[in-house]
Each structure stands twice: as structure tokens, then as C-alpha cells.
Write a protein that binds this ligand. Structure first.
Ligand code: UD1
Ligand code: PEP
Length: 419
């Protein structure tokens, strides 16, 4: 298994180009299953999760190929409706195959994704919503077995928890349903708006994406089209935090500050100078005092849980004490014991981490437990004195494109070691 070796204490300065968003690309690539013709995607990040998605789409019979940095997906040849355990277990987002397969073929068999390091992550809201649309769904032998006679039927669906994945799955299913679907208490993440943009370009009739009430007028057929994946706000935020922690400066290009407002607000509160243009964000922390900030995660437009671990690391390096409260996932503090091994002064109380001053951070051998936890360990390793080894970096490769190359270009001393 690969690991990273980081020699800490190097300054960070420079610019980088932000990749396409993993969390937009995944639902959008699955949405290509709704069409009987080819879609062409640009700005698709090169990630392990994208490789897994390609493998699953191929398994279902879709045409999948890269051409000149664009990913071409043809749903016309899909001839299977079974998403097997071996692929789904590698990536929870595989459950997003359910809505498109059921809506287009009237049946789907998708392995239950199971829990993961950050929480149990059930998919009951996805299943209940599809039942409301007329599907018969049984969960047995670890699989979600769904079918519907004829087409799904439009329905009014109130989701009692704000769920990004359930909103996406039901939105995709509703595009080919008969009649009108209303999704109430829908998630408002920018990735949902990007999915709706793609679906509308395919011929869907969706309004209200990006608000908590989405209306979908079902259509009989969708066709492939071109789509550029929106920039990754979490990758952007991670690099902004890295520069703030290292008291350096960074220019993130090909990004979108609108989707990052809660994060930028917190970076300014931490005393960073942040300047934005239409497609770039510049952060300068040189010669400034980094101050700890209180964080409470919430669904968009609140502070994103996917930036929580990175801000925990920021607070460890910053002056003063502050609290980090995680409200989305019940177990998203796996990075804390690893950060403590590097000298971090953090105390956990329920769903809150209390971060105090940590006068001495030293390199250590630490283990990545999930994607963003891994990022927090890498960023702390860049600040700590001496050598840090980060094990199990396959988690990082799920969601960060060439993170070691991008950090090295900014001045970090980080090397991938393949065993
Ligand atoms: C691929 C992708 O886009 N992943 C993101 C997506 O995950 P994902 O879509 O899995 O997260 P959700 O928004 O669904 O989860 C939010 C909360 O709802 C709960 N829940 C969800 C569905 C359900 O049927 N029942 C239920 O109880 C979850 O356990 C969690 O506590 O949104 C999360 C919250 O912003 C992000 O951290 C992930 O990076
Ligand atoms: C939790 C994340 O992703 P996933 O939902 O794919 O596990 C993430 O991107 O931080």
C-alpha cells in the first residue's frame, strides 16, 4: 500500500489549478445512464472514485471511454441492471445507479453500500422516496431489489433529513417518471444544481434546484449532451486551509467562490486575507496571526462537513482555543486521535472537538481513516517539525487529484512511496 512521507516546516506559496468536483462528477456520470445516447464530459477529475464509477458503468453495459481529456459515456448500450457488491463496497456513491436504472429500465438491483468510517450512512430516504414513486423495493441478501410496472409515477416527497445523495437519486428518478414530482426539504448543495443543469440539458424539466423545493415534470426520454463538471469547492478549501496553516499564500485558479462562501467567511475570521475574482480565490496569510475559529457543520449553505477535518487541523495550528461541532455524521472525528499523536491539544466531547493551543507539533506515523481526515493529517504534517508518514492513502486518492504534486508545486516536501 502506498504512503506519504512528509518533511515538515516548509513554506507554502504559489498557484494551482483546481480540478472538477468529485461530488458533482459522481452523480452526473451515473445520470448518463438515463440517456440512450452519448454524453461528453469535461473537467472530470482523475480520481479513484471516478475509476470505480467507470468500472460500474462498464459493468452495466455503458460505453465508457476517454478522448482528448474528455470522458464519453454512452447509455445506449446498457443491458444490465445489477450493481454488484464488489464495486459498490469500494464507493458508497454507487447507490446513485439506483434512480437512473429504475427510472429507465423499470428495475434495478444495487448492493447496499453499508457504513463507512464516518458513520452508518443509511439509504432509507432514497428507498422511501422511490417507493412513493410507485416502485416495489425489497432489501434482502445485502441488495436493494427494485422494480416498477411501467414508468415511475411523479409524487410529492418530503425528506425528513436533508440528504445530498437522496435528493440526487430521487431527482434523477423523477426526470423519467410520469407526471410531476416535488422534492421537499431537498439538499441545496452546488453539486445538485450542477446535476440539474446537466439533466435539463439532456431534456429534463427541473426547476428549483439549489433551493429546498425542487419540481420535476417527467419526460419520456433524455438524450446525451455535453457538460463541464463544476470546480471542486472542497479541494479549493483544502488548499486555502493549507496555505493559512503554513502562513503562506496561494492562488486557486479555475474555482468558484460562490460555492465556498461559508468557508471563506471562516478563513477571514481566522484572520486570513482572501480576495476573489469570478474564477479564482487568493489567500494570503504571510505575517499575519492565525486565529482559531468556532465551526458547526450544517447542510449547504452552512459550513460543509467535508471541510471539518481540515479546519480541525487549522485550529490546532492557530492561536487560541475554539470548538468544532459536527452535526451531519455521527463519527467524523477519526482524525482527532491521529492529530493527537502529532501533539495536537484536542479534547472530544460528544460531537464537539475542543481545540486548544498546541505549542509543539511533531511529525509522526499516522493513519488515514477517510478522505478528509487524510487531508487534515497531510496538512498538519506539512507544518509539524520532522517527518510524518501517512499510511492508507488510498482514501486520499478517492477524492484528491495528484495532491502530492499540487502541494509539492507550492513548496511542500511530500513524496509518495509505493510498497
Ligand atoms: C458523493 C457525495 O456527494 N458525498 C457527499 C454527500 O454524501 P451523502 O449523500 O452520502 O450524504 P447525505 O447528505 O445523504 O447525508 C447526510 C445525513 O443524512 C443521513 N441519511 C442520508 C440518507 C438516508 O437515506 N438516510 C439518512 O439518514 C446520513 O447518514 C447523514 O447523517 O453529502 C455529504 C454531506 O454533505 C458529504 O459529506 C459527502 O461528501
Ligand atoms: C465523505 C465524502 O465522500 P463520500 O460521500 O464519497 O464518502 C467526502 O467527499 O468527503
Amino acid at each position: 500500500m502506498d504512503h506519504f512521507i512528509i518533511q515538515g516546516g516548509t513554506p507554502l506559496s504559489g498557484e494551482l489549478t483546481i480540478s472538477g468536483a468529485k461530488n458533482a462528477a459522481l452523480p452526473i456520470l451515473f445520470a448518463a445512464l438515463l440517456a440512450d445516447s452519448q454524453s461528453t464530459f469535461s473537467n472530470v477529475p482523475k480520481l479513484r472514485d471516478i475509476n470505480t464509477t467507470e468500472a460500474l458503468l462498464k459493468e452495466l453495459g455503458a460505453g465508457v471511454r476517454w478522448q482528448d481529456e474528455q470522458l464519453l459515456i454512452d447509455g445506449g448500450s446498457v443491458d444490465k441492471v445489477l450493481a454488484p457488491y464488489d464495486l459498490v463496497k469500494q464507493m458508497r456513491a454507487s447507490v446513485l445507479a439506483l434512480g437512473p436504472l429504475l427510472a429507465r429500465f423499470g428495475q434495478a438491483q444495487v448492493s447496499l453500500p453499508g457504513g463507512c468510517a464516518i458513520g452508518a450512512r443509511p439509504v432509507d430516504i432514497h428507498i422511501q422516496g422511490m417507493r412513493r414513486m410507485g416502485a416495489t423495493i425489497e432489501v434482502e441478501n445485502g441488495y436493494i431489489n427494485a422494480h416498477v410496472e411501467g414508468r415511475l409515477q411523479g409524487a410529492e416527497i418530503f425528506m425528513d433529513t436533508v440528504s445530498v445523495g437522496a435528493t440526487e437519486n430521487l431527482l434523477m428518478a423523477a426526470t423519467l417518471a410520469q407526471g410531476k414530482t416535488v422534492l421537499e426539504n431537498a439538499a441545496r448543495e452546488p453539486e445538485i444544481s450542477d446535476l440539474a443543469k446537466y439533466l435539463n440539458n439532456m431534456g429534463a424539466k427541473i426547476s428549483g434546484a439549489g433551493t429546498s423545493r425542487i419540481e420535476v415534470q417527467g419526460v419520456e426520454r433524455l438524450q446525451g449532451c455535453e457538460h463541464a463538471i463544476l470546480p471542486d469547492r472542497i479541494e479549493t478549501g483544502t488548499f486555502l486551509v493549507a496555505a493559512a496553516m503554513a502562513k503562506g499564500d496561494v492562488l486557486c485558479k479555475n474555482t468558484d467562490y460562490h460555492s465556498l462562501e461559508p468557508v471563506i467567511e471562516k478563513l477571514r475570521e481566522a484572520n486570513a486575507l482572501v480576495e476573489v475574482t469570478d474564477n479564482s480565490i487568493y489567500l494570503d496569510m504571510r505575517g499575519r496571526e492565525l486565529k482559531a475559529v468556532n465551526i458547526k457543520t450544517a447542510p449547504h449553505p452552512g459550513f460543509p462537513t467535508d471541510m471539518q477535518a481540515q479546519f480541525t487541523a487549522l485550529n490546532v495550528v492557530a492561536n487560541g482555543s475554539a470548538t468544532i461541532t459536527e452535526t451531519i455524521f455521527e463519527n467524523r472525528f477519526m482524525h482527532v486521535p491521529e492529530l493527537q499523536r502529532m501533539g495536537a491539544n484536542i479534547r472530544l466531547e460528544g460531537n464537539t472537538a475542543i481545540c486548544g493551543d498546541s505549542p509543539k507539533l511533531t511529525g509522526a506515523r499516522v493513519m488515514a481513516t477517510d478522505l478528509r481526515a487524510s487531508a487534515s493529517l497531510i496538512l498538519t504534517g506539512i507544518i509539524a517539525s520532522g517527518e510524518t508518514r501517512v499510511d492508507r492513502i488510498y482514501h486520499v486518492d478517492r477524492g484528491y487529484e495528484h495532491i502530492e504534486d499540487k502541494l509539492s508545486a507550492l513548496g511542500a516536501n511530500i513524496k509518495r512511496v509505493s510498497e
